[in-house]
Design a protein around this ligand. Structure first.
Ligand SMILES: C[S@@+](CC[C@H](N)C(=O)[O-])C[C@H]1O[C@@H](n2cnc3c(N)ncnc32)[C@H](O)[C@@H]1O
Length: 249
């Protein structure tokens, strides 16, 4: 199954969201195909994370909404322990098969949209690639993050940028649109407001992604050059992706 043929799932609950990801779990990693733009997309997305996260061998980390874990085999060897959390059993099953050889991994099936009484773990770095857009209750997610984070720890959010024109109709001719009807897109500002309400301050922000993953040929080459120019201007705030770290003062 590729992104062009996903059908948007009507969703009101986490169960609806997990049903969507369970359905596509087996083919998730192939959804954009294997093109130069996809490889570049993953390289940039992961690169911005490494730039901001300050990983170290002594640190414990948790990736929330890990899905099939496209970056787990690269991140795990750099840290002491990596806990991989997702609510979809299907996605975790696919990930489980890929990480059998890694000794410092723990998989946890948790609905992060529901308030936890206490966290099953505490870590130094919490991060999520493409999770916040799909969480039904972001306030509960952030309160859960507080329970999961050690004092002095940080959160790194890698997400779509709600300010990008791509999410306001531009992608319609190329893709299905949103995965679930409850999906939401946040801008740096709207997410920052939520983070402040939960006691977190922004530390660093990088905007990135000026071509969509999966785009091919001449269109990819043109958008890549245009993106390189935009990145040096204030227009970079309209990039498709943003990577932002938050700390508690
Ligand atoms: C768009 S996928 C991203 C997967 C992966 N991080 C990646 O970049 O390919 C979103 C993931 O978030 C998970 N998710 C959504 N809502 C969740 C929730 N309330 N609790 C836990 N996981 C959730 C989904 O099951 C899915 O695996």
């Amino acid at each position: 199954m590729d992104e062009k043929r996903f059908s948007t799932k009507p969703s009101n609950s986490s169960k609806d969201v997990f049903d969507f990801y369970d359905l596509y779990a087996e083919s998730w990693d192939e959804r954009f195909g294997d093109t130069e733009s996809v490889r570049e997309f993953h390289k940039i997305r992961l690169g911005t994370f490494f730039k901001i996260a300050e990983l170290a061998k002594g640190k414990t980390c948790a990736e929330l909404g890990v899905g099939t874990g496209p970056y787990v085999t690269e991140i795990a060897p750099l840290v002491k322990k990596l806990i991989c959390v997702d609510g979809s059993k299907g996605m975790l099953d696919v990930l489980g098969k890929k990480v059998k050889h890694l000794k410092n991994i723990q998989l946890e099936q948790i609905d992060l949209s529901k308030p936890l009484e206490k966290s099953p773990f505490k870590v130094d770095v919490l991060y999520f690639f493409g999770l916040i857009e799909h969480v039904i209750n972001i306030d509960n997610l952030m309160e859960n993050c507080k329970l999961m984070l050690n004092d002095g720890g940080k959160i790194v959010v890698i997400s779509s940028n709600g300010l990008s024109p791509w999410y306001h109709g531009l992608r319609k001719p190329f893709r299905v649109g949103i995965h679930c009807s409850s999906d939401k897109y946040y801008s740096r500002k709207s997410l920052g407001q939520i983070m402040i309400e939960h006691g977190f301050n922004e530390e660093q922000c990088i905007f990135w992604g000026f071509f969509p993953a999966g785009v091919k040929g001449i269109v990819y080459n043109i958008l890549k050059v245009v993106g390189t120019c935009i990145e040096k201007t204030p227009l970079k705030k309209f990039g498709g992706g943003m990577t932002i770290s938050y700390i508690r003062p």
